[in-house]
Ligand binder design. Sequence first.
Ligand code: BES
Ligand code: ZN
Length: 637
Amino acid sequence: MKNFFRLSMFTLAVSLVACSPVEDPSPVDTESMLSQNVQNDMASSSAIDVGKDYHSYANPDEVLVTHLNLDLTADFISKKLIGSVQVTVKRQQENADEVILDTRDLVIFSVTSQGNDVPFELKAADQNLGAALHIKMPKGSDTFTIYYETSPTASGAQWLTPAQTAGKKYPFLFTQAQAIHARSFIPLQDSPQVRVTYTATIRTPKELLAVMSASNDPGTERDGVYEFNMPQPIPSYLIALAIGDLHFKAMGERTGVYAEPALLESAAAEFEDTESMLVATENKYGPYGWDRYDLLILPPSFPFGGMENPRLSFITPTVIAGDKSLVSLIAHELAHSWSGNTVTNATWRDLWLNEGFTTYLTYRIMEMVYGEDRYNMEAVLGYQDLQAAINSLTPADQILAIDLRGRNPDDVFSNIPYEKGALFLREIEQKIGRDNFDKFLLSYFEHFSFKSITTDEFLAYLDVTLLSQYADKLDKKRINEWIFEPGIPEGAPVPESDAFVNVDKAREQWLAGKTSANMTQTQDWTVHQWLYFLNNMPELLNEKQLAELDAAFSLTVSKNNEIAHSWLMIAVKNQYKPAYERLYEYLTTIGRNKLVKPLYRELSKTPDGKAFAKKAFEQAKPGYHPLTISANEGYVE
Ligand code: BES
Ligand code: ZN
């Protein structure tokens, strides 16, 4: 890994390059790295070892895991995955005598190599990181097999009863590994700088189908034994498995959707533009490198909107709105096939390289497929999310290259890596011109293809590409400000949308009492205009105003989960009780954290609200994902 070791505050920082994963290394501008390191040192009290993964116990610099061969049985009765993983390693240091893996809540039965027991030790568990598994390197062999089982409460897996599925007949299992949960269902080197290929045999009840972030054969026989192969090296957080009453429907030549039967048709219709998105992205940013691109629709407890598991993005059902209004989520997960899955953040400090680039690409894909108006509206809404994040986060948490030492990445999740990252790229685009920036992105994805890189490696690459090519337009100091300072640099681009001008007018006129809600011209408004209308209401509205809005626009009964969310936020802030039945239903049927967490947070601010939240949470908890539980339980204590 390329490491720029940092010395302590105000001391001279020395950068040194050690065994870079980049085969075709660009010359590094040492002088500028130096100044940037010093700048970083001033921001934190002790030195960050850039490139070190503070969220893994693994020792890939000594012994590197390169391939996993899984053989797992999904036991829906005990809610456990039981079986083995055969691990192939490459010794990086000749005399390395042990390999260290990450685990969390795993039971390790034995480790063998060529029929012999291999000594191992499972260390004490840390709250955030789990437990290190030390395995003695077998002599004369580069493989060993670990026999193990998972815990029913594994942080990276959710076992659903039939009642918690759409069809109500069969159970369901899905995993969610990002950021550091793969270790709760496989003992492995759980660091994004370690890339592995994998093969798997998954054994399930006969009626169910297993799918993975690997080759999936849509025509496979449903016999309870499923074989997978992921021949491209991927980071551990992209290993994923789901099992359920899943069926497949093709959407395009390379694209299709897996879902429970009740959702299959509506999902395929909602996401029918996936193939066009794929083609548009390829045309701009280089060939799609992963063979098929399918979607898997999860039950509503899925804690995220989407997860970019390679070849098979995992998608919340809450975006099936009936009008394609929320499909930017698909563009986002698809874009990760380039930014994230092909070029990967080396540590969680570098998450913005995944999410910022992906958010930037998402806007561009939406423009290519749906036009400029959609692009502008989504960019304005994203910018407003960014402003809200800046207003609510500490300065340290507004930094793109964030210091996560001693913290759980789950607790630090925010819009900063997404929208600030995207705005930074938008500024570069505006300064050097779109075509030139697109060419840069194309070469960036190619240059670092199948590599995991740090922010510093990105900056070193920027130095020898755009910063030297466009020395008159780009400025290193400003780029460092974007990446290492809080807030939004002064003079940054401010996205605008013509389509919102009328919405602002309508809102202002209504607030001033010049028009009534039902006289407002809203017939042609899109979902994005509605979101903008609602999200920019003043904090406080009176009961009469709320009732008027609700009567005119049927907001409480909106079937669009984003509109409902925005409206329910207003309702909670103003304790508008007629919406509370819907609020209760919303909180107890949706587990997507982005939608429920702000509601719990807002409710927790008043004693009445908290009591209501507690009731909803207690009812919903058995169906919530472990991540949704841990993200919200603090609000209902
Ligand atoms: N990779 C993320 C989800 C993630 C990030 C999980 C960090 C764990 C840690 C995924 O691509 C994502 O960004 N999902 C968003 C989509 C949205 C921005 C369109 C979500 O779930 O809301
Ligand atoms: Zn993402």
